[in-house]
Design a protein around this ligand. Structure first.
Ligand code: AGP
Length: 606
């Protein structure tokens, strides 16, 4: 989860490199660096912290050179400091890297014996010295091909050479890398997002490929050093607005955008006239699908769990979910009549991509639910369902979660209808109910002042629990994750019915506990679980939905009532107060809301 940029131009490149690095900081931001070539020398500057630090520490405006590479880092080997920041350089080669070199220790020993001196604690530095070593006896393509064959693990690379000041080499295995085409200059970038401000013409490298990027020419090679032709994609330009507008943080903007993103998702998929769902070109007959496995990480995994409840409620399909980092190493029993659905906002999460790759290698049916349609997971799945949320910049996922569960819900309805497991009347009724969802979310977003006050209690506590049953359980997990990743306070999502099997021992006087208890089939049971924690001193924040029936319980610390709607849609509304709770908790603490510590927006390494 680092970010790479490279530019080969007919004019100085440092300003554009810095600007692109700022767009890449969502991928990692514990250190940054840039190297340019000028007058036969490599000029390398790097520092700990954000790109702003780099600008403050060095006079980058006068950093000469019409060719250069840049990097923002999320540390995997070696602490975040300027020594371990990328680029890493020998006397004649400089490299930026995203990924993990798994055999770096062995290679380092070999290269030290060859007389190479290492300065950093990183795995990346072995790449620099390996290429330097091969260049002693091979030409460029040969040296690159030999080096890549010796590397085990994943990489996206940008490489410049003191003695070849007109080219950048890019290479990809497992971590995304794209080439961009501009006027009298060409680019290398970790993803289209970094390149979009300079071009909308992109070529993605595939695993094993490398390329030579000059200002007026790009040549691609396969892993054996043979030239290959690649197609140029025109990127969608709908990701124009990357600014916060009047909001203090991207996350605040993205929470408030949710009525629009849901409306867009409905517009993209729902045919209100015919009360139908437009999922075209579904490549399989429904009778070919007997079961479903949903795979994702973090919030995307919670979307998978949410979809499981809907599939079980509305169809007879057998549904499993799995965390991608588990799935990819499990002894999976692959079945031809199983549909594998991969959920990922970025479409670049390494574990999720590896799970997809495993299914592709076993010729399975694969479907991606993603926000970035040019992403690796989208490109390598047999069928793609975009969530159309526009760019989600805040590292903590909000609108993308709602977008994911919307698209999954629509898929459940469509498959249920095609399998004649949802009566046409119910199908059309549910589609009709969707029309009100954006407005219901709008109303739920108004719970603002009360949540701001409530968030203080969560800040002062040493930990909290989020409880729910049935449809509310995945939302409880999501609410706990939001609070953890934003306010760095321990929070645990748990099935409400499970508390008595151990975690009840955690409950002590004044401990804040969120109980999600909408008036659905699980309501009464959840209320009794709530009373169990109140009896032991918990401060319960009850999140339920409006109803004419009073909540039968006393000593509830706070209650938030979301709008009434059909049970299927309650998870959308229950999520909103939890997103705001996490946001205001972090805001009060003064933490970096859009870039929480230790995290990155797209986890492109294991
Ligand atoms: C969610 O707030 C986190 N940012 C994280 O759990 C994220 O959902 C996870 O890393 C998966 O990312 P993806 O959706 O891009 O695959």
């Amino acid at each position: 989860m680092c970010g790479i940029i490279g530019i080969s131009s007919n004019k100085p490149v440092s300003a554009n490199i810095i600007n692109s690095l700022k767009k890449l900081e969502y991928r990692g931001y514990d250190s940054a660096g840039i190297a340019t070539l000028s007058d036969g020398e490599i000029y390398e500057v790097k520092s700990e912290g954000r790109v702003d630090n780099l600008e403050n520490n060095f006079d980058l405006k006068n950093l000469r050179g019409n060719i250069g590479i840049g990097h923002v880092r999320w540390a995997t080997h070696g602490i975040p400091n300027s020594l371990n920041a990328h680029p890493h350089s020998s006397h004649n080669v400089s490299v930026v890297h995203n990924g993990i070199i798994e055999n770096s220790t062995i290679l380092k020993k070999y290269l030290i014996n060859k007389g190479h001196n290492f300065k950093s604690q990183t795995d990346t530095e072995v790449i620099v010295h390996l290429i330097t070593e091969h260049l002693k006896t091979s030409d460029l393509e040969e040296a690159i091909t030999k080096t890549l064959k010796q590397l085990h693990g994943s990489f996206a690379l940008g490489i410049v050479f003191k003695d070849m000041p007109n080219l950048i080499v890019g290479a990809r295995r497992g971590s995304p890398l794209a080439v961009g085409y501009g006027p009298n200059e060409n680019y290398l970038g970790s993803d289209s997002y970094a390149l979009k401000s300079m071009t909308n013409k992109i070529t993605y490298l595939d695993d094993g490929e490398f390329c030579v990027v000059k200002k007026d020419q790009v040549v691609f090679f396969n892993e054996n050093g043979k030239k290959v032709n690649k197609k140029i994609l025109e990127l969608s330009s709908d990701e124009a607005n990357y600014d916060k507008g009047d909001f203090k943080h991207f996350m605040a903007k993205e929470i408030e955008e949710q009525p629009i993103t849901i409306k867009t998702g409905i517009k993209e998929y729902v045919d209100n006239l015919n009360k139908d769902i437009n999922i075209f070109n579904f490549p399989w007959k429904t009778k070919e699908i007997k079961s479903i496995t949903l795979v994702g990480c973090g919030t995307a995994y919670h979307s998978c769990l949410m979809a499981k409840y809907w599939f079980e409620e509305l169809t007879t399909l057998d549904v499993n979910t799995d965390i991608a980092s588990e799935f990819r190493y499990r002894k999976n029993r692959f079945k031809k009549d199983n549909l594998y659905i991969f959920v990922s906002q970025s479409g670049e999460t390494a574990d999720t991509y590896a799970a997809l790759d495993l299914c592709n290698k076993n010729s399975m049916k694969t479907c991606a639910v993603v926000n970035v349609i040019e992403s690796s997971i989208a490109r390598d799945s047999k069928f793609v369902l975009p969530i159309h949320c526009g760019p989600e910049i805040g590292v903590a996922s909000t609108k993308a979660f709602l977008g994911q569960i919307l698209v999954l819900y629509l898929l459940v309805l469509k498959l249920g209808s095609l399998r004649n497991e949802i009566k046409i009347r119910d199908y059309q009724e549910k589609i009709k109910d969707l029309k009100d969802l954006p407005e219901l979310i709008e109303k739920t977003l108004l719970h603002d002042n009360d949540i701001q006050a409530i968030s203080l209690t969560f800040n002062e506590a040493k930990g909290s629990m989020f409880l729910g049953r049935g449809f509310s359980y995945p939302i409880a997990l999501e609410g706990a994750l939001k609070l953890k990743e934003l306010s760095y306070v321990h929070a645990e999502g748990y099935p409400a019915g499970e508390m008595k099997h151990g975690p009840l021992a955690l409950i002590e006087e004044g401990m804040p506990v969120v109980v999600l208890a909408p008036r659905d089939n699980y309501y009464k049971k959840t209320i009794s679980n709530m009373q169990e924690v109140i009896a032991r001193g918990a401060k319960v924040l009850l999140i339920t939905n409006k109803s004419k029936d009073e909540v039968v319980s006393e000593n509830i610390w706070e209650t938030i009532e979301v709008e009434h709607t059909n049970d299927d849609l309650l998870p959308f509304l229950l999520t909103i107060p939890l997103q705001k709770l996490a946001y205001y908790s972090a805001l009060k603490k003064g933490y970096d809301i859009d870039k929480p510590r230790n995290l990155a927006k797209s986890v492109t390494v294991e």
